[in-house]
Design a binder for this molecule. Structure first.
Ligand code: GLU
Length: 482
């Protein structure tokens, strides 16, 4: 039974790189009919915040990643928040101490720093010198009397450690370069490395899929699995996510949190699709996949060792693709929060308003790349247009206004205000008067919408409705300043 976990530390908002780790674990679990576990690694009391944990859960759910066990839903191997498991780590620590596999170290931070400084001065490599490995009872008593609070260190055996990584192949480490490292801090809470291993063991994790930045911790983890007598899971270290300029993805590349993309109007299915394909691909060069298809296609073996490049332009393109494919009723639903925020739609729009929004948004659907663009694109359907200065100068000059006054009664006479009929009547008007269509269409468009760009003129007029179209044209003829 495959069991994998996503183990974020709630010290910030869910980052694209982390979302990718979560997604790969999720796809791997679903593909193998296994379990996907969410575990919150909040042992760093200073940096961990409840609000980040909550935001993380919101973002993961938004992405469409469901877990089988986790802090919010429980499960057989809980609790799933490390801060609630301290006693468990203490038991493991006591056992290692009793067995002599770990020992208490009484060196103070200052002493360690001083020794490191000296080592560097003498051209030696810094790092713990295993000084407290063989303390006598007397030494210990003396330190205890001095009130020193010990940490617990693993007694690192001398050996070659091989990691059979599913993505990177065999990676070999020599334990000589690993000093006896801390597993319990002086407040007798676990270090990150120790908690991870105890939890992966107790939660019966079979595959550890995580970022390459954790590869250097892996020999320590293997030593710890061996020390507590646990089976060693399979490892897969995913390549890092870089920005288009091939430097590590950071604020410089724009938004890096999932939340920022959500708030900017990306569709979860587009985000899921794009992130899931970062760093691996199917044999075909296909790019659009549903969640189900991604689960079917996913393969750890096909993950690249090379870094993945996050390209925001590509994501934007994919988002536009998904928006164009979205049924209009859902697109309206997704756009509502953005329209409310822009104060273009009231808090609880009625049925009629929703129907109207469907008619409006469908006209722009082809052009929308992200939902945050919707308010600006459709603003003039919902309130009086804001007239663009250049458009007014160019098209609502004397000549434009004259044409508008001539076309006004023609429009007024249209009984069936449908796009086909409007088009027919206005084209006939142009012919009869000998006007170039553009000389008529542009002033009408600007008068009705305030701008030169937008959806097709006749469908736009139909949706705005005869009464409002006439009113806007009339306002322009009369001069808006009146
Ligand atoms: N809590 C670690 C992190 O957020 C993940 C540890 C792991 O996956 O083993 O980077």
């Amino acid at each position: 039974m495959v069991r994998v976990r996503f183990a974020p530390s709630p010290t910030g908002y869910l980052h694209i790189g982390n979302a990718r780790t979560a997604l790969f674990n999720y796809l791997f679990a679903r593909k193998n009919n296994g379990k996907f576990i969410l575990r919150i690694e909040d042992t760093d009391k200073e940096r961990s915040k409840k609000e980040y944990e909550e935001a993380l859960i919101v973002d993961l759910k938004w992405l469409g990643i469901e877990w089988d066990e986790g802090p919010d839903i429980g499960g057989e191997y809980g609790p799933y928040r490390q801060s609630e498991r301290i006693e468990i780590y203490r038991e493991f620590a006591d056992k290692l101490l009793k067995e002599g596999k770990a020992y208490k170290c009484y060196c103070t931070k200052e002493e360690l720093e001083e020794r490191n400084r000296k080592a560097i001065e003498e051209g030696k490599s810094p790092g713990y010198d295993n000084r407290c490995r063989n303390l006598t009872e007397e030494d210990i008593k003396k330190f205890e009397r001095e009130g020193r609070k010990p940490v617990l260190r693993l007694r690192v055996p001398e050996k070659i450690i091989k990691v059979n990584d599913l993505i990177r192949g065999e990676v070999v480490f020599d334990s000589k370069v690993i000093p006896d490292f801390v597993i319990m801090k002086s407040d007798w809470t676990p270090t990150f490395n120790f908690a991870v291993v105890v939890d992966d063991y107790l939660m019966k994790i079979t595959h550890v899929i995580r970022g390459e930045d954790h590869l250097s911790n892996t020999p320590k983890h293997i030593l710890l699995f061996e020390a507590i007598g646990a089976p060693i899971p399979q490892f897969a270290h995913m390549s890092m996510t870089l920005g288009p300029d091939r430097t590590r993805l950071s604020k410089r590349h724009g938004a890096t949190s999932v939340m920022a993309y959500r708030e900017d109007g990306y569709l979860p299915e587009a985000f899921f699709n794009y992130i899931a394909l970062l760093g691996w691909g199917t044999t075909e060069s296909r790019e659009i996949f549903t969640k189900e298809e991604l689960i079917q296609e996913f393969s750890i073996e096909r993950c690249n060792k090379a870094s993945a490049i996050f390209d925001p332009e590509k994501l934007l393109w994919m988002n536009g693709y998904y928006i164009r494919k979205t049924p209009i009723s859902r697109l309206v639903e997704l756009s509502l929060p953005f329209l409310k925020k822009a104060a273009l739609v009231e808090e609880n729009p009625d049925e009629e308003k929703i129907k109207y929004l469907e008619k409006v948004i469908i006209l722009e659907q082809e052009r929308i790349k992200k939902l945050s663009e919707v308010p600006e694109l459709i603003e003039f359907f919902l309130k009086e247009p804001v007239y663009e200065e250049n458009a007014v100068k160019k098209y609502l000059d004397e000549k434009g206004k004259k044409i508008l006054s001539e076309v006004y009664p023609v429009i007024e006479k249209i009984e069936d205000f449908s796009r086909e009929k409007i088009e027919e009547v206005i084209r006939r008007f142009c012919e009869e008067k000998g006007y170039k269509t553009s000389h008529v269409f542009h002033p009408i468009r600007v008068a009705v919408s305030g701008r030169t760009k937008g959806p097709g003129l006749f469908e736009m007029m139909e949706v705005i409705g005869k009464e409002r179209v006439l009113k806007r044209i009339e306002n322009v003829i009369r001069g808006r300043e009146e």
